[in-house]
Design a binder for this molecule. Structure first.
Ligand code: NAD
Ligand code: NA
Length: 399
């Protein structure tokens, strides 16, 4: 079978196993090239480990610090003549390279919000690792079934208050238009989004892991957030998703209290805006990201998820002097380059003038589209996408 990209809405519904393996391999090579020598994590649990920041966190822990890793995620396995999801192939490729490097890596595919998957993870830690010293929480999901009540919540991406009108781009066609996003109808929209993307599940994980005795002395845990510039605030920071991120931040003191007797500590890390499956679904954001990419590439300070995670581990979580640099609100900031005044000034100037006519010159929309398709294993020069990929589709496996 020949596998070509096929899109439905913003999503790519096909994946190429060889290309996703290439994506993982490139990230591993990047981390190895950093020759990290400082002490770091040794036994790591990554929740949301198959794509985006979670995958890059796992790669950084394993190939930067020789850590044993357990990854939890929700992906569709490959079947004969039916490609699996990108995250499934990413994990198969990661595990293969980890095993060749002599690194422990096992994965659990299921609903991380459930009690059952938490228990399976605890059992695996007990059996193979005893305890973990780092827990990365990197879930991005539109839905959560609450494990105690069985209620199914769906998150929404809406502004609060007035309708929000701004520019947006369809990155497949590079057409720039105005979009008006209707605000929430009631408090319920906010509550539902908090239930899915807020801090409760992170806290549940840490409570269960602690109660089972599988957290090591001095354990660290980190969850990811985003703030971004003024021009996306109405849809992000001040919108429903931002309220969920505020809730995530508010969970930090509660988890710190839980971990106090282990000398453990929890952090929220504010990361950079990037092309991932989740962020491409947010209106306005892809246009901002394609202008941001242009400006940051021109300045030589562009980063993808792996560059971000390398800095998070080496320059924030595991520094030589053991100090973790935080902002005035107690958060880790690796969005520092994105938020630099000169960067934001230039993006702002471009935002005012960008249209369908000039977008190809003044933005990196092509880089955006390229990275998007690379998430699914496409657009790699080295790969022949006309070739039969049958052999590859169902061969990889995960442990
Ligand atoms: P992603 O979609 O690439 O990854 C999400 C991960 O969660 C995948 O591994 C997926 O399998 C897993 N997952 C989803 N639902 C699950 C479930 N029910 N059970 C188990 N696993 C499940 O997303 P991402 O962009 O890497 O986002 C990760 C975090 O980083 C999120 O908190 C997001 O808000 C944050 N963040 C993203 C950006 C960005 O620009 N993409 C910027 C800053 C912060
Ligand atoms: Na992730």
């Amino acid at each position: 079978m020949i596998i070509q990209p096929r899109t439905r809405g913003f999503i790519c519904i096909t994946t190429h196993p060889e290309g996703t393996a290439k994506n993982v391999h490139n990230q591993i090579e990047y981390i190895k090239s950093k020759n990290i020598s400082a002490e770091g994590p040794k036994k790591v649990l990554v929740i949301g480990a198959s794509t985006g920041f979670g995958l890059s966190s796992r790669i950084t822990a394993a190939f930067g610090y020789n850590a044993a890793t357990i990854g939890v995620f929700f992906e569709k396995p490959a079947a004969p003549r039916k490609p699996g999801t990108a995250g499934w192939y990413n994990t198969a490729a990661f595990e293969k390279e980890a095993s060749e490097a002599g690194l422990y890596a096992k994965s659990i595919n299921g609903d991380a919000f459930s009690d059952e998957i938490k228990q399976q993870t605890i059992d695996l830690i007990k059996k193979d690792l005893g305890q973990v010293d780092l827990v990365v929480y990197s879930l991005a999901s539109p839905r959560r079934t609450h494990p105690k009540t069985g209620i199914a919540y769906s998150s929404v991406l809406k502004p609060i208050g007035e309708p929000f009108t701004n520019k947006t781009v369809d990155f497949h066609t590079a057409s720039v238009t105005d979009i008006t996003i209707e605000p929430i109808e009631s408090q319920e929209d906010i509550d539902n989004t908090i239930a899915v993307m807020g801090g409760e599940d992170w806290k549940f994980w840490m409570e269960d892991l602690k109660a089972a005795g599988v957290l090591a002395e001095g354990v660290k845990t980190v969850a990811y957030s985003y703030i971004g510039p003024e021009l996306t605030h109405r849809i992000y920071k001040d919108g429903t998703i931002g309220m969920a991120k505020n809730d995530l931040e508010k969970t930090v003191p509660a988890i710190n209290e839980l971990l106090a007797d282990l000398n453990g500590v929890s952090y929220v890390s504010v990361n950079k805006a990037l092309v991932t499956q989740s962020s491409s679904a947010i209106p306005v954001v892809p246009l901002y990201v394609s202008l941001l990419y242009k400006v940051m590439k021109d300045k030589g300070i562009h980063e993808g998820t792996i560059e971000q995670m390398q800095r998070l581990f080496e320059e924030r979580l595991y520094t030589a002097d053991g100090q973790v640099p935080l902002d005035e609100n107690g958060r880790i900031r690796i969005d520092d380059l994105e938020m630099r005044e000169d960067v934001q000034k230039e993006v702002d100037d471009l935002w005012k003038v960008v249209t369908s006519e000039n977008i190809n010159e003044i933005s990196d929309i092509e880089g955006y589209r390229n990275e998007f398709f690379q998430l699914f294993g496409f657009n790699y020069d080295e790969i022949d996408y006309e070739a039969e990929a049958d052999e590859l589709v169902s061969v990889p496996s995960i442990s």
